[in-house]
Design a protein around this ligand. Structure first.
Ligand code: UDP
Length: 329
């Protein structure tokens, strides 16, 4: 398949580009490099440097390439920033996505794979989380993703768009060969911050909240390897054959892991101490989020290779050891 990867130079997108090549598909990348990294792209991959809000650039791209499927990873993803600057999130995560979907329609591209999030559920009423739980996001980031999901449903009915929306839990880890990995600026995610603190290239790690109603008092999350996420994006192609097909899948291992367990895994694998400071809860953090991903297992045959935090942290450590300052800016 010839696949347009929007945001292909970002964290999850770049891992997916490699998995697509590995599986014999032909990725074409569009990225504006606001958050993406040129060094995350394999040599020779076709690249369009443009934002998704640029309808003329999209027209040129779709006219030049016979794209069969669009995968859309290009979004802003800082929950806190989405609260303080919601317009930035709506303009990009919703607005630019509208321009992309409109261009697809003009050019007759009918298959779409969307990066959604468990943040669309808000504070879930039961655990582990299945796809049919009510979706009630508690921040603009989650709301923008839910808005796009709702639009996709309408387009499936009206235009016959075939789509899959993947609700990711906590994407983590790095390519197994250590060549690419997680590099956000600013970095807010637990695993890279904990590894950076262990390496001495980042400050003391703050543990946000130790009084949650969880076994050790810290938040439980479901860390899922970025290559496992990528593999689901390819497995879903077989579900996009019928016009108007619509599919929603949670992607997580189903293994709840606490903040302290992540820290212990980082200390074990790096053989270094993670300097820690206990801090108050971070606003907007639900106590526990973990997936029931049976639907993806059954319908896509998706079986995560990385089921526990240790091997996931090992891949992240390999990447951070080789690139202590990320891709380099
Ligand atoms: N966390 C933490 N200290 C940090 C960053 C994160 O204690 O410096 C906690 C956070 O409160 C959450 C978990 O680690 O419970 C995962 O946070 P992350 O930002 O990596 O992902 P999120 O779950 O917010 O998508």
């Amino acid at each position: 398949m010839k696949v347009l990867v929007a945001g292909g130079a970002g964290y999850i997108g770049s891992h997916c580009v490699r998995q697509l090549l590995h599986a014999g598909h032909e990725p074409v990348v569009i990225d504006n490099f606001v958050y993406g990294h040129r060094a995350a792209l394999p040599a020779g991959v076709r690249l369009y440097e443009a934002g998704l809000g640029d309808a003329a650039a999209l027209d040129r791209l779709f006219a030049a390439e016979r794209i069969e499927v669009v995968m859309h990873f290009a979004a802003y993803c800082y929950v806190g920033e989405s609260v303080t600057n919601p317009l930035k999130y709506y303009l990009n995560n919703v607005g630019a996505t509208l321009t992309l979907l409109d261009a697809m329609r003009r050019h007759g591209v009918t298959k779409f794979v969307f990066s959604s999030t468990c943040a669309t559920y808000g504070v879930p009423e039961k655990m582990p989380m299945t796809e049919n739980l009510p979706q009630a996001p508690i921040n603009p980031y989650g709301q923008t993703k839910l808005d796009v999901e709702n639009l996709l449903k309408a387009l499936a009915t009206a235009d016959g768009l075939s789509f899959a929306s993947f609700r990711y839990f906590n994407a983590a880890g790095a390519a197994e060969d250590g060549s690419i990995g997680e590099d956000h600026d600013p970095e807010t995610h637990l695993i890279p911050l904990a590894i950076g603190a262990a390496q001495g290239v980042r400050p003391t790690l703050q543990v946000f909240g130790t009084d949650y109603p969880t076994p050790d008092g810290t938040c439980l999350r479901d860390y899922v390897h970025v290559d496992d996420l990528s593999r689901a994006h390819i497995a879903v192609f077989s579900k996009l054959t019928a016009p108007g097909a619509q599919h929603f899948y949670n992607l997580g291992t189903g293994t709840p892991t606490s903040v302290l367990e992540v820290i212990r895994a980082v200390e074990k694998i790096t053989d270094r101490k993670v300097p820690v400071k206990y801090a108050p809860r971070r606003e907007g953090d639900p106590p526990a989020l973990y997936a029931n991903a049976d639907k993806a297992r059954k319908e896509l045959g998706w079986k995560p290779k990385f089921m526990t935090i240790g091997p996931i942290v090992e891949t992240a450590w390999r990447w951070h050891q080789a690139h202590p300052r990320g891709f380099g800016r």
